[in-house]
Design a protein around this ligand. Structure first.
Ligand code: XMP
Length: 510
């Protein structure tokens, strides 16, 4: 498959570039900047993009580009830092012009023939974020556009197929950015827009078939987007060789267990083992109030249950499906990412099962996984499901988890989701849910004083859950949620809205 490699000089820039390239229907992967030219060449990319990054090319230890990269005959596009590092390596000149450019900036074409800017307005708005500028294009390169402070904002050498842009074509604030990327991909690299979700599914199906052969394969379904799409994909590849195990710990939201049954057993005809283990989890959770202990108990119980099923029914399985996504792959290796993962997983799977992993989504971003899910016929409720923690509602009940308290929270939570869905906010809001704190509150209903639980409504916007802001929900939606919960859920007499961002708050309450 034709691949464009994005060399990473600053993770957030590289990911966005790779996603944009894929939006142009060209497959793209991110590689670290310390990969040698020989290693890059060995991967035979159809094109290379050098990403932006936070450094100055003059700062100590700033990553450099090996000039040998430009002798490979592979088209290269340098963006921002990538452009400057490229200019430096090719014999151009980079300098601190004294005027930084941040934000919207006017870019003007010089009139020289341009592959990147062909067909675009002579003057366009672009997004800039830099201190240094290329002040002299490398020998053999023609300057095709400039800004007030960047005399060589765009340079090109169509012969060697080397291109550099000071601005960020990958961000939405550069209105013609995608056109610039397309020009590089389709004209600069001679690529065709053939990477589509249909082709992704076809090649994933092929890959799974050849990896698994005629062996049996297991998937632990959680009801979440990633494991659901991975299971559906593997099922399309190997049908009945796949058995899905759904450990129902009784800590799911209203209707979720039924949805999993409905989708996988009845709709997709997947061999599904639904382990109804709610009682067992509740027993183990009795009197547990410490959040970390709760997570530990749930993780351990999950493994025990899974082990028993595996021992009784899946002994001959050789493979295990895992819904690993591309951002996990990029991040793995950094210690912090690893720590966050283990903190957030339900506790992993039995170590002594010695199953080989099958990870059909490991090259995909989340939005691509959703599109694959839609294409595979999974229902909207699953494909667009909000992230949900492995330990489920247990991390949304402060204090002890009992069946009564679970029932209260589940009923209130269902109202929250229903009203958010009805208001058309499901995709705008990252997560929206109810939390049950461990306090009581006084109220009055009719002529009677009540003494019940409050629930806390939590709704946040976020890109990746690392940071989040509280959602500015319309007052009418807040009002409806509050009225309905207090009227429809006996035992709850008050609703509060959490207006804390992350940091300093977290998304969950625990
Ligand atoms: P916090 O509360 O740390 O949550 O801001 C960040 C994101 O992670 C989710 N979360 C979990 N996901 N297992 C998971 O699979 C967990 O134990 C867990 N705890 C938190 C949370 O819902 C949010 O999206």
């Amino acid at each position: 498959m034709d691949t464009v490699l994005v060399v990473d000089y600053g993770a957030q820039y590289a990911q966005l570039i790779a996603r944009r390239v894929r939006e142009c229907h060209v497959y793209s992967e991110i590689v670290p900047h310390d990969l040698s030219v020989a290693e890059l060449a060995a991967r035979a990319p159809a094109g290379i993009i050098l990403s932006g990054g936070p450094r100055s090319v003059y700062s100590e230890g700033a990553p450099r580009v090996d000039p040998a990269l430009f002798e490979l005959g592979i088209p290269v596009l340098g963006i921002c830092y990538g452009q400057q590092a490229m200019a430096q390596a090719l014999g151009g000149r980079v300098a601190r012009t004294g005027t930084a450019e941040f934000g919207r900036t006017e870019l003007t074409a010089t009139g020289a023939p341009s592959l990147l800017l062909e067909g675009l307005p002579d003057t366009q708005t672009v997004w800039m974020s830099h201190n240094d500028s290329v002040v002299e294009a490398p020998p053999g390169c023609v300057v095709t556009a400039a800004t007030a402070t960047s005399p060589a904002a765009v340079f090109e050498d169509p012969q060697r197929r080397l291109f550099g842009v000071q601005f960020h074509p990958e961000v939405a604030h550069t209105p013609f950015g995608l056109d610039v990327l397309k020009a590089f991909l389709y004209q600069g690299c001679d690529l065709l827009p053939t990477w589509t979700m249909t082709s992704v599914i076809a090649s994933a199906v092929e890959a799974v078939r050849s990896q698994v052969g005629s062996e049996r394969i297991v998937c632990a379904l959680s009801g979440g987007v990633d494991s659901s799409v991975a299971a559906a994909l593997v099922h399309r590849a190997v049908g009945d060789q796949l058995t899905c195990v759904f450990v129902d710990h009784g800590l799911l939201r209203e209707g979720e267990a039924e949805q999993v049954e409905e989708t996988f057993r009845r709709h997709l005809h997947v061999d599904l083992i639904h382990v109804k283990a709610a009682d067992r989890f509740l027993e183990r959770l009795a009197a547990v109030t410490d959040p970390e202990t709760k997570r530990k108990v749930i993780g351990e119980t999950f493994i025990r249950v899974f082990e028993e099923v595996a021992h009784d029914e899946l002994e001959d399985a050789r493979f295990l499906v895992q819904g690993t996504l591309y951002p996990d792959v990029i991040e793995s290796g950094t210690r912090d990412a690893a720590r966050i993962k283990s903190h957030h997983n339900v506790g992993g799977l039995p170590e002594d099962m010695s199953l080989t992993l099958v990870e059909p989504l490991r090259n995909l971003f989340k939005d691509e996984v959703r599109r694959v899910g839609e294409e595979l016929g999974l229902p909207e409720e699953i494909v667009w499901r909000q992230p949900f923690p492995g330990p489920g509602l247990a991390v949304r009940i402060v204090g002890e988890v009992t069946s009564e308290r679970l029932a209260l929270l589940r009923a209130a939570d269902a109202i929250v989701l229903e009203e958010i869905r009805r208001a058309g906010l499901m995709r705008e809001v990252w997560q929206s849910f109810a939390v049950l704190p461990a306090v009581h509150t006084v109220g009055v209903m009719g002529d009677e004083r009540t003494y019940g639980y409050p629930v806390v409504l939590r709704a946040v916007t976020s890109e990746d859950a690392m940071t989040a802001d509280w959602a500015r929900l319309p007052y009418e939606v807040l009002e409806r949620i509050s009225n309905r919960i207090v009227n429809e859920v006996p035992g709850i007499n008050r609703v509060a809205y959490d207006i804390t961002s992350k940091p300093p708050g977290t998304i969950e309450w625990e």
